[in-house]
Ligand binder design. Sequence first.
Ligand code: F6P
Length: 550
Amino acid sequence: MSDLTSSAAWQALDAHHKAMVRSCQTIKDLFKAEPERADQMWIETHGLRLDYSKNRVSAETMRLLLGLAKARRLEEWRARMAEGEAVNNTEHRAVLHMALRNRTKAGIPVDGVNVMTEVTAVLAQMKAFVASVHDGTWRGFGGEQITDVVNIGIGGSHLGPQAAMESLRNHAHAGISVHYVSNVDAHDIDGVLATLNPETTLFIVASKTFTTQETMTNAQTARRWVLDHFGDEKAVARHFVALSTNVDAVTDFGIETSNMFRFWDWVGGRYSLWSAIGLSLALGIGWANFEQVLEGGHAMDQHFLNSPLDRNMPVILGLLGVWNSNFLGAASHAVLPYDQRLDRFVDHLQQLDMESNGKRVNREGAVVNYQTGPVIWGRPGTNGQHAFYQLIHQGTRLVPADFIAVLHPDHHHLEHHKILLANLCAQTEALMLGKSEEQVRAQMLASGMAAEDAARLAPHRTFPGNIPTNTLFLDRLDPFHFGQLLALYEHKVFTQGIIWGVNSFDQWGVELGKELAQSILSDLEAVGDITRHDASTNRLATLVKTTLTE
Ligand code: F6P
């Protein structure tokens, strides 16, 4: 047994879970037993509301989960991260995305250096650059004003800005269109370039390392596209800027260091939207709006750092996730936004959560004997209702879900919004209540169906219910609330990482595939047969090689 599963706090939860199972207590029963539940399991902060009452947890479960958080010293770890300690222990790095959105300007020393000085300087550089593009001071090599910005990046250097840009499209700055290219599959960049004019296009090469194969390949293709048009190397400096920690590689690419926006190794890729990596977003929504995203993130940081654990939204969401995974056995967690603009937000959360907590060893390197991060997936409702909700309602797997909605939309179609939100409320109700075989049969008989048919169909039309859901309501999907929502999930992931004892801030699991891709690429480029891999890989790579050389 590990120190987690052998701890008194875990053992108490285990015993409590077994007693709950023995008593067959459902969420519906809990609402009867705890009449104040809907009020008590409700947290509000700055226009963001969480209802977590539709979970398979009693007041006692919550007390025990909070005991687990205390036993795992969550508050101490939270402070250690905020104070710039190297909590990313496998890379010996501080984890300071909170410093990027620190609106108090209070100093944060790391190794004796106040990181806020550099953060403030880069924000000022970004602000001036955004102004110069917007007011036309910054022009393309041919003298034209920039109308299109293409962010070339992947993973954390892509998903966050793209999700934010899509979520905040109602706040877009007129006159600038932002595009995203990430996949090394050239259909991606071809599709984007086909719509653009090199005279009016600015490329942002976003890469923390500036060595990522996909990003550098796309950046070189974009560079050729620009040079094919202008026929002059000097054009690169007017059509490319870089967001990176790697000054040398940026300079080698031909981007002037004055057009490089820095960030630091204490910013994890999937936590980097708040840094220079957010430049495409700042250009797309304007500086004042970008600052509001930072304000929203900061407001959530304050809530996370200062609220008692039992009223702390990210802590509660994190603990419920642990309960669902480790005690109820859920292998995945669905995120179901009832707002089309949050479609890409789910993709970002997927990376945030799965790259952070998809770990099999604890911080000390010991293999864990419990489940860690779940599979995160989802798509906007109501589309999902007509696609995959069937499995959530009647499948054999338990899929807990977060429902996310916005109270005030940025359109005037009240009728649509009413239908949308009615569906959200109905789904969480249906998932909790279900519908028993008796109810189903009675309904069919009342509609005049023959008893024999009703008996035959009843099992198919029965809903077990008792499926845990959280509901999050935002006042509006504006820059502030978007920042708040994103920071909420970042801290939820942190909370779970601390409970599970894993390092949420490295991602060694992406390395093996990268190495092998390099080796296969060299096989494809070399003369001779491919024989040094397993039989299957040799065969696949040979097929690729012969096809590409035909
Ligand atoms: O391969 C995973 C990863 O390292 C992510 O963690 C990161 O966000 C992404 O690749 C892109 O890395 P970079 O910003 O260095 O290009």
